[in-house]
Design a protein. Structure first.
Length: 339
């Protein structure tokens, strides 16, 4: 096994610097380019065990690409919670987290960082993603997967969530099930103008043999106002023949749907069972309280951090994409038959 002295000679730094970097000294700060050269040299020369290398390669300096937009509503809360969890985790791991709101600004500063984590629903252009990968190849997107061949991703398993929601509604005797969602996209090499949750709903409804004609409403932003508008549209279109159950793509929309129901005299859950997604704090305080699938944001962040550190430590070139399971938090808007 190579010695500290040999690694220092190869990397071009003092033995003291090399020793403090390899021993992950929390009181010692160096440029990320210096740290990378030392770690690359240690990997090439076979220094230490793999578990040791994985420990010391936990990146000290990473960037946060915050690609959210402010709708002054509940959608902000979800990404704000992700951001807060990221900073808490970074602090616990002794990482320095620097925030960027623009991909070009991050590209210009790429040599300062080992990698990046991105949050937010706004899609980046293929050109921006390509240029970002050229200068900063290690990155993890949370909640979306815009470039699966370039970067890693960690996402809640929305397709499994929709299947579970439909399964529990059907198991409780509901056969006429509607869906309310917002405008979204399925991203990869191409971008398809359909939200993953709506795509999954159509797929599973077909497999369950359920009628969906006229029962899917999916347009506009994920806001309370749009949820109310779509809820009013559904109630108007199906007056006297409402769906037995309704799956709503986000709590922000569901709050508006409940407002539309209350204004129209539709009683939830007596007239229509409602299941939502995200389990934001507001779900506890709606009338009735929302049954909602909990997306564990701390687990999304933990998985993203581990994925990024592993990619950097092994210099992995094959991208990984993780799906995190969710759990239904049962409240008054829908109580499954087995509860």
């Amino acid at each position: 096994m190579a010695t500290i002295r040999e690694i220092a000679k190869k990397a071009g730094f003092s033995q003291a610097t090399v020793s403090r970097v390899l021993n992950d000294d929390p009181t010692f700060t160096v440029k990320e380019t210096t740290r990378k050269k030392i770690l690359d040299a240690s990997l090439e020369m076979g220094y230490g065990t793999m578990s040791h290398l994985q420990r010391v390669v936990i990146p000290q300096n990473i960037a946060l690409l915050n690609d959210t937009f402010s709708d002054k509503g509940l959608q902000d809360a979800y990404f704000n919670e992700l951001r807060t969890s990221l900073y808490q985790r970074a602090n616990a791991e002794r990482m320095n987290l620097s925030e960027y709101y623009d991909a070009d600004a991050l590209i210009a500063d790429a040599d300062k960082y080992s990698g990046f984590i991105a949050i937010g629903p706004q899609p980046l252009t293929p050109d921006a993603l390509r240029r970002l990968h050229e200068v900063l190849p290690y990155g993890v997107f949370i909640d979306i997967n815009p470039a699966p061949n370039l970067f890693d991703s960690v996402q809640p398993d929305l397709e499994q969530m929709i299947m579970d929601a439909m399964d529990t509604l059907v198991s409780s005797g509901n056969r006429r099930i509607g869906f309310i969602g917002g405008s979204g996209s399925i991203m990869g090499k191409c971008e398809y103008p359909e939200d993953t949750r709506a795509f999954a709903f159509r797929n599973w409804a077909t497999r369950y043999g359920l009628e969906t004609e006229g029962l899917i409403f999916e347009e506009g932003p994920f806001t309370v106002e749009n949820g109310r508008a779509l809820g009013e549209e559904l109630i108007s279109a199906h007056a006297g023949n409402l769906p037995d159950g309704l799956i709503v793509a986000a709590d922000s929309l569901a709050v508006g749907v409940l407002q539309a129901c209350a204004a129209s005299g539709v009683l939830v859950p007596r007239d229509m069972r409602v299941v939502s997604i995200n389990n934001q704090e507001i779900a506890k305080y709606t009338s009735p309280a929302l049954s909602s699938y909990d997306i564990n944001k701390d687990e999304l962040v933990r998985a993203a951090m581990v994925t990024l550190a592993e990619a950097i430590s092994t210099r992995r070139t094959i991208n990984h994409h993780l799906r995190i399971s969710t759990e239904l938090v049962v409240r008054d808007s829908y109580i499954p038959a087995d509860k």
